[in-house]
Design a protein around this ligand. Structure first.
Ligand code: NDP
Length: 314
């Protein structure tokens, strides 16, 4: 891991008078990790070994899922991993999908694989996740990996929480003893984040409050938080009035907002009103360029771990 000074980023000019605020730059950190992985792959290949290989199963034509999977495939190419994309019709049977999972479980050339969620309604996503061999479950969604994470055993951490932990570590953010409020209790972000922030670890040791749509007095809880992790999927939900001075803000949310002034026709918004909140906090992740790039690179790190397990039987 590189030293913190390499990740320091000057705040945008309109915040120049607030010298304490620091941007947690996921784009920069992920770029540096990408270079490290690339180097590692080059060394492996120069020693005559095969490169790590990630496979992805994509069922149907959901636009967002296509985008996410394409990012993952592109990142595999960038770091020098092999990749296999298995595109399946949205009318395939659950049985057929389970057969494909089993095929990947048994393929020694595939180190890890993911089944992109969501799946069509007629397929039981839980059953599919359970069918993935835990040692190839680089998404970290299998109960074995979730359980191992809960117990503090070595495990594949789900990519988004893993990415956030790497950001906190790279910037040496002091989390110990802090009150951390997480908004959103999904299995892929909020719940695992609550475990990681509460664990007995240098980048943990928080007192965690896990909030959701039925939480009472959310604003009061947010206002008292030293650390806020927003993962609810409601664009710009958190504003400056809900945040205390010098809070640490991790914005996981990504929502496409129609914007005709952009070529793409949309802009990406986080769950935090960045312009409003940034000037009050000590650290903040931007959207885009914060948690998003860390998620993809963390999947690559998990794939490298899976490769080492497969090749070195470690
Ligand atoms: P889900 O959509 O699965 O769940 C949302 C959670 O937020 C639920 O727990 C829900 O509560 C809670 N919630 C919704 N509205 C409110 C509210 N008004 N007040 C309090 N809690 C509320 O979440 P995901 O974790 O899948 O995604 C969250 C966001 O993060 C999305 O924008 C998604 O696109 C983004 N995301 C970004 C990633 C990245 O790489 N940056 C990766 C993964 C997700 P309840 O349980 O009661 O329904």
């Amino acid at each position: 891991m590189r030293h913190i000074s390499e990740y320091k980023k000057v705040a945008p000019s309109h915040f120049f008078y607030l010298s304490l605020m620091e941007i947690l730059d996921g784009k920069l950190l992920s770029k540096n990790i990408k270079e490290e992985l690339k180097h590692e792959v080059n060394v492996l290949v120069s020693e005559g070994k095969r490169a790590p290989h990630l496979a992805a199963i994509l069922v149907g034509n959901d636009g967002a899922s296509e985008t996410y999977v394409n990012h993952k495939v592109k990142m595999c190419n960038d770091v020098g991993f092999g990749s296999t994309l298995l595109r399946l019709d949205d009318n395939i049977s659950e049985e057929f999908l389970l057969e494909q999972v089993e095929r990947l479980n048994k393929d020694d050339e595939i180190d890890g694989f993911i089944v992109q969620l969501p799946l069509p309604a007629h397929i039981n996503a839980r059953k599919v996740t359970l069918a993935i061999e835990p040692k190839k479950d680089v998404d970290g969604f299998h109960p074995v990996n979730m359980g191992r994470m809960l117990l503090g055993h070595p495990a594949y951490l789900p990519a988004t929480p893993y990415g956030i932990m790497q950001l906190l570590r790279a910037y040496e953010v002091d989390t110990s003893g802090k009150d951390c409020v997480i908004v959103g209790r999904s299995n892929i972000v909020g719940k695992p984040m609550s475990v990681l922030m509460a664990r007995n670890h240098k980048y943990g040791n928080c007192t965690v409050t896990l909030c959701h749509s039925k939480t009472n007095d959310l604003e009061l809880k947010l206002k008292n938080a030293d650390i806020i992790i927003a993962a609810l999927g409601k664009p710009e939900f958190i504003n400056a009035d809900m945040v205390k001075d010098n809070a640490i803000i991790i914005d996981v949310g990504i929502t496409r907002i129609p914007d005709e002034s952009r070529k793409s026709g949309y802009r990406l918004a986080g769950d935090v009103n960045y312009a409003d909140v940034a000037e009050k906090c000590s650290y903040i992740t931007p959207v885009p360029g914060g948690v998003g790039p860390m998620t993809v690179i963390s999947l690559m790190k998990n794939t490298m771990k899976a490769y080492k397990k497969q090749v070195y039987k470690s």
